[in-house]
Design a binder for this molecule. Structure first.
Ligand code: KG4
Length: 407
């Protein structure tokens, strides 16, 4: 039996989960309200709160799973990207526990964790104890699939596959070099054919080698702000609390998206850019203020009916349109119809509806994880760690967290 405890502490949520043989037994998260009054996450406060939360959260995760720490096979932790002080708390705790229990340590990339949320499958006991998980069909995309990963710090289109494509490309190159070398040595045609046959067998064999951990390739990503950041920053300009994304979502449902048209930056390839949209949002509001002769957003909202709702609707519609157009282009260029959504912004009701709408129009199979696995959580880290355990992909005890990285 493989029991893994996972810890996620990359930003402002302290989370721990237990997975047994690939089935999730528990997932406990303590969110930090301490940041609300500051309009954003304060790194120093976040790491202190993690220190306070980590023992009770881990304890609750083990208790709910009915697993004693002596039954654990490995400890997994989020190594990055994230806030260094926050990551240090989870990393140090994981190392201490792994050392004391003399079991392996598994590091997980937070972004890969978000993609792996699609493979989380709670055990029946967990579903029975959690009404929010009841009635959900836990199915996962078939390989290869595209994942739109949208969070507070990232917006990426990721190609997820179960074949080591890069490795197989290297092998092909190496094999063809070998053939060329042999040919230049004037080896007989038959020998060369043998080499070719052997090389092509090797390529086939290697291409079929499947790691349990899928391979992930970033096809495009934001060159400036992330989608969640655009929501949060524009919400702050409107005087909405932090994090602004859920507020934008709520107010957008009451607004008219056509009232205040916003810029839609278009950059080449599959990359995204949201900074132009943010500036256009700011300038549009500033022009409204000038036109109404007011100095603050509250004064403007008092004069213009439905101001916040209409701006939220315009912002949300524009962000979704930018995200979905590139995703659609990538899907049709690659001929892929399995399309998934991941990350905190995938909680957005408009984006979820857009995914389903595109799925209907373009014959995609769309995958949207349940709410509890979209924001930062240790369940997704546990799932990624389970596959790494099967691949015997352990990390050294001196591994240090990293603030920035890509998939
Ligand atoms: O993935 P996540 O929990 O944390 C990061 O790893 O970044 O994502 C947090 C982001 C925040 O920007 C938050 O405003 C956004 O997800 N978010 C939303 C919604 N719920 C959370 N954005 C739009 N609509 C929502 N309903």
């Amino acid at each position: 039996m493989i029991n893994i405890l996972s810890i996620e502490s990359s930003c402002d949520d302290t989370s721990a989960a237990v997975i047994r043989d690939g089935l999730l037994l528990s997932n406990v998260t303590a969110s930090q309200s301490v940041h609300e009054e500051f309009g954003g996450v304060v790194p120093e406060l976040a790491s202190r709160a993690h220190q306070q939360n980590i023992v009770p959260v881990v304890d609750a995760a083990l208790r709910r799973a009915g697993v004693d720490k002596r039954e654990l096979s490995a400890i997994a932790f989020t190594r990055g990207p994230g806030l260094l002080g926050s990551l240090l708390v989870g990393t140090s705790f994981a190392k201490g526990l792994a050392l004391s229990l003399n079991i392996p340590l598994i590091e997980v990339n937070h972004l890969q964790g978000h993609v792996m949320a699609h493979f989380v499958h709670p055990a029946d006991s967990m579903i029975a104890a959690n009404p929010k998980l009841q009635g959900i069909e836990f199915r996962h995309p078939a390989f290869p699939f595209l994942c739109l990963l949208v969070s507070g710090g990232n917006s990426q289109i990721v190609l997820v596959d179960n074949i080591k494509r890069e490795a197989s490309k290297d092998i092909k190159r190496e094999a063809s070099n070998d053939i060329k070398r042999e040919a230049s040595n004037n080896i007989k045609r038959e020998a060369s054919n043998n080499i070719k046959r052997e090389a092509s067998n090797n390529i086939k064999r290697e291409a079929q080698t499947q790691n349990h951990t899928p391979s992930m390739t970033i096809l495009g990503q934001t060159i400036d702000d992330a989608a969640g950041e655009a929501f949060d920053k524009c919400a702050k300009v409107l005087g909405l609390p932090y994090p602004g994304g859920p507020w934008v979502d709520k107010l957008a449902q009451l607004g008219d998206a056509t009232r205040y048209p916003l810029a839609k930056p278009n950059i080449p390839g599959y990359d995204y850019s949201f900074s132009g949209l943010k500036t256009s949002f700011l300038y549009s509001l500033r022009d409204q203020m000038r036109a109404e002769g007011v100095e603050t957003i509250d004064e403007l909202a008092a004069k213009v009916p439905n101001l916040r709702e209409d701006y939220c609707a315009a912002l949300q519609t524009t962000v979704i349109d930018i995200l979905m157009r590139k995703l659609k282009r990538a899907a049709s260029d690659l001929g892929i119809c399995q399309v998934a959504l991941a990350g905190g912004v995938s909680a957005n009701s408009g984006l979820r509806a857009a995914m389903l709408d595109y799925a209907r129009r373009y014959h995609w199979q769309a995958f949207i994880p349940p709410f509890s696995f979209t924001t930062d959580n240790a369940a997704m880290i546990a799932q990624a760690a389970y596959y790494k355990f099967l691949d015997a992909d352990f990390c050294p005890i001196d591994a240090v967290p990293y603030a920035k990285t890509t998939i």
